[in-house]
Structures are given as structure tokens and as C-alpha cells.
Design a protein around this ligand. Structure first.
Ligand code: SF4
Length: 441
């Protein structure tokens, strides 16, 4: 198809989708296409979709429907739906969105350039075969910023959490080879990137022929020029002493853990099929904090899951009070078709679920504000990211424990540098710091 010269990608959903969009951009640029500044100028529009919540799918459908206007103006325009919703709804997407040309699931991105640029797939096609995770083509994802880049180290999920659509749309777990991962990280570092975020649906279950997550972290910690390593999201089932040891030993691995707990009730954790108890979760956090006192801890929590009693909900509140997370993503349960819990009758009304969610958010917001204030007076090292959006005279950066800090701008301070700061105040949830000395030059 010689009239296809440019592409534009719209991304919904999680960091893995952001990474995949960058991977797709890299593949298409490698095939000679240019990234357009906006959808209107592009010959190919890709919409990378999310299926985790119904609202995310509705937003994707609305965005794709809005693209009919471009197709009317540009007959040769190719519209491609990729990502989890492509896998979830497959060719049924064509029924509602007749202007869509291709539906391509996450395990088939390696065929994208053939589909778009070859003759074999003219007309409408859906490619949604699963297995093999054929995206591990050795291709590095396009860098989308100069400070922190996402790098997928594994794909898929072998868990079966009762509320989650991911295993059915992303398939079985598969870890990427360490050599491939190092190569991609080294390539980013060579271009001046100081921080990587290692991604996986259950990132700490990484296992490439016996090479496990802790060993991988140790090796990445030795990559010269890399200043910071983050990872998301680990699963509590795979949190162990080895992980504590590697986080303690490796100076470039950040003091931050985003560890989804989902509920503080053992009965609900069991119904959710989360594979750990409240006590196991709390004990792990206590052990980790004993080794890393300034740990930043964040989490995900669902309220109002099927069968959640008032006592179960109070168990979640008491866990939040006991653990004192720095922040949390909190949602009320919404059933997803295709998940194990979908067929179970809901036991709470939307009003009751909403009330519980608001109560939880109020509690967590109070704790978040207290935790950030506790840091006033401390010295921390921050990675400078660039000018603050609120005030261009100031620079914003993050601590190792994932707190935002603004400092007065100076010609001696540059994005990408690690600097030591004294934390002197807080505004909202952002700390205010004074720089002390540059610490990495
Ligand atoms: S661990 Fe559970 S919540 Fe996370 S992706 Fe797998 S099934 Fe979904």
C-alpha cells in the first residue's frame, strides 16, 4: 500500500499499553513510516485499547467512533484497533465500527507491518491468535521521554484473580530473555535515559529458564550509566526475602514498592483468588520496612467485591490504618464479562459500593497527607525531571520513594541529574525542597 506514509497512535490504559505503543511506533518507523503530529494528518490511526474496566472500553469505542470523520475526508485512511479490547471483542468490533480495518490482539504485533504494508491482508482482518508472545522480536520500543522509560520484561499472567480480564486477553505468562532486556536498557542509557521502569503483569514472577527476578534486578543494577530502576506491578505471592535483599543491596533500585493488596479481609482475598492472606501481606511489609525504613509503599484496593460484608470492609479499613500506604488507587468493584466472578450475583448496590469507596478514599487521603508531611526536614536525593507545570521557574523531580519534590530552578541544575535536597515544606502532596549539592556529577 504505497499511499501509507504516516501513522498516529492513541493509547488507553496501563504502562504496558504505553510501552506497546512505543514498540509499535518503533516497528512502523523501522518500516519507513513517519509518526504524524495528530490523527487528522495520519494515513494510519492505531487505537491501543484497555479492557480492565467497562468505562475504559466505552471511552475507546467513543474515540474510534469519532474517527469516522477522518475516514470520510481521507478514503485511504486505515484504522487499526489493537490492545486488550481488540483481543476481548475480536471481530465483533467491526459490527459496531464499520470503518475499522484491522483488529489486532497483543500477541500479534509482530505481524503489524506485514498487515499494513503487504498485499496479503487487504480488506478487513482480525488477528487475535494467542500464545507465543511474538512481540519479543528484539526490537526496542521508541523512547517517548528523556527521563524514564518503560521496559517490558514479561507478558501475560498465570494467576486467575476472580475480577480480572487480563489473563484471558493477555494470555499465559512469558518472560523475555535477560540479554534482550539488557540490550534495550543499554540502548536507552546510551541515549542519556537515567531511569527505567520494568514492566510485567506480575513482574516479580519473572522467570527466564530459571533466571529469576532478583537475579535480573542485580544484573540491571550493574548497567553502567543507569541511575534508577523501578518495577511494577509485583504480586504479593512472589514477594520473599530474596526481593527484600535485592532491594536493600542494589543502590539503583528505588525504595518504592507498588504492591496491590486489593482487600484487607481474608474471606474476600480468598474469593478474589489472590493467593495470600492479610497476615502474609502485612508481615512482608514489616520485614521490608525493617530493611528499608524510608520505603514508599503504594497499592490498589477494590471495595464492594461480591460478598463483601460490613466486617470485610472494616478489615480493609483497618489494614489501611495499620499498613499506612503512601497512596492508593482505589476502585469500587465492577463486574467484567469473561472473568470468573462475572456470573456471581452482586451483593451490594452501586450506592453502597460508592459509599464504601468514599469512606476508604477519605481515610487514605488523610494518611497520604500525613505521610508526606512526615518527610519535612529530611534530606533526600531526587531525580530532576524538568520544569514544574505550575511554575516554570521551578524544577520538579522525584525521590527514590516516589514523592514529587519541587526545587527552585538554577542554571546549574539539569533534568536527568540526581541532586540532594532538604525538604522544607509541602503544598498539596508535593514536597518543596532546597537543593544542597549535585550528587551524580
Ligand atoms: S495477578 Fe490477578 S489482577 Fe494481576 S493481572 Fe493477573 S489476574 Fe489480573
Amino acid at each position: 500500500m504505497t499511499n501509507l506514509h504516516s501513522f498516529f497512535i492513541t493509547t488507553f490504559g496501563c504502562q504496558m499499553n504505553v510501552y506497546d505503543s512505543n514498540l509499535i511506533a518503533s516497528m512502523l518507523e523501522g518500516a519507513g513510516l513517519a509518526q504524524a503530529a495528530n490523527a487528522e494528518e495520519a494515513d494510519i490511526i492505531l487505537i491501543n485499547t484497555c479492557s480492565v474496566r467497562g468505562g475504559a472500553e466505552d471511552r475507546a469505542y467513543a474515540r474510534i467512533a469519532g474517527m469516522r470523520q477522518y475516514k470520510k475526508k481521507k478514503k485511504h485512511l486505515v484504522i487499526v484497533v489493537v490492545g486488550c479490547m481488540a483481543q476481548n471483542h475480536k471481530e465483533h468490533i467491526f459490527d459496531e465500527l464499520e470503518h475499522v480495518n484491522y483488529v489486532i490482539g497483543p500477541d500479534n504485533y509482530n505481524r503489524l507491518t506485514d498487515v499494513l504494508l503487504g498485499d496479503e491482508y487487504s480488506g478487513k482482518h482480525s488477528l487475535t491468535e494467542q500464545g507465543g508472545h511474538n512481540n519479543y522480536t528484539g526490537q526496542a520500543a521508541k523512547l517517548d521521554n528523556t527521563i524514564s522509560v518503560n521496559i517490558a520484561i514479561m507478558r501475560g499472567c498465570n494467576k486467575k484473580c476472580a475480577y480480572c480480564i487480563v489473563p484471558s486477553v493477555r494470555g499465559k505468562e512469558e518472560s523475555r530473555s535477560p540479554e534482550d532486556i539488557y540490550k534495550e536498557i543499554q540502548g536507552a542509557v546510551n541515549q542519556g535515559i537515567p531511569e527505567v521502569v520494568l514492566l510485567g503483569q506480575t513482574v516479580n514472577s519473572y522467570n527466564y529458564h530459571g533466571h529469576r527476578f532478583a537475579a535480573l534486578l542485580r544484573d540491571i543494577n550493574n548497567i553502567r550509566g543507569l541511575k534508577r530502576i523501578r518495577f511494577t506491578s509485583p504480586h504479593p505471592k512472589h514477594c520473599n526475602d530474596e526481593l527484600i535483599q535485592v532491594m536493600t543491596d542494589c543502590s539503583n533500585v528505588c525504595n518504592h514498592l507498588h504492591l496491590p493488596v486489593q482487600s484487607g479481609s481474608n474471606a474476600i482475598l480468598k474469593k478474589m483468588r489472590r493467593l495470600y492472606t492479610r497476615e502474609e501481606y502485612i508481615t512482608f511489609i514489616q520485614n521490608l520496612r525493617a530493611s528499608i525504613p524510608r520505603l514508599g509503599l503504594t497499592t490498589d484496593i477494590i471495595t464492594g467485591f461480591v460478598g463483601e460484608s460490613q466486617k470485610d470492609f472494616e478489615d480493609t479499613l483497618s489494614l489501611v490504618q495499620e499498613v499506612r500506604f503512601d497512596s492508593a488507587f482505589m476502585f469500587s468493584y465492577s463486574p467484567r464479562e469473561g472473568t470468573p466472578a462475572y456470573s456471581e450475583k452482586e451483593t451490594l448496590s452501586e450506592i453502597e459500593k460508592g459509599a464504601r469507596l468514599r469512606q476508604l478514599i477519605t481515610l487514605q487521603n488523610t494518611i497520604s497527607a500525613e505521610k508526606v508531611r512526615e518527610m519535612i526536614g529530611m534530606q533526600e536525593t531526587i531525580l530532576l525531571e524538568g520544569p514544574s507545570r505550575q511554575n516554570k521557574e521551578e524544577l520538579i523531580g522525584k525521590t527514590s520513594c516516589f514523592k514529587k519534590v519541587v526545587v527552585p530552578g538554577s542554571k546549574n541544575l539539569n533534568p536527568g541529574e540526581l541532586i540532594k535536597v532538604k525538604l522544607v515544606d509541602v503544598k498539596g502532596n508535593t514536597l518543596i525542597g532546597n537543593s544542597i549539592i549535585a550528587s551524580d556529577n
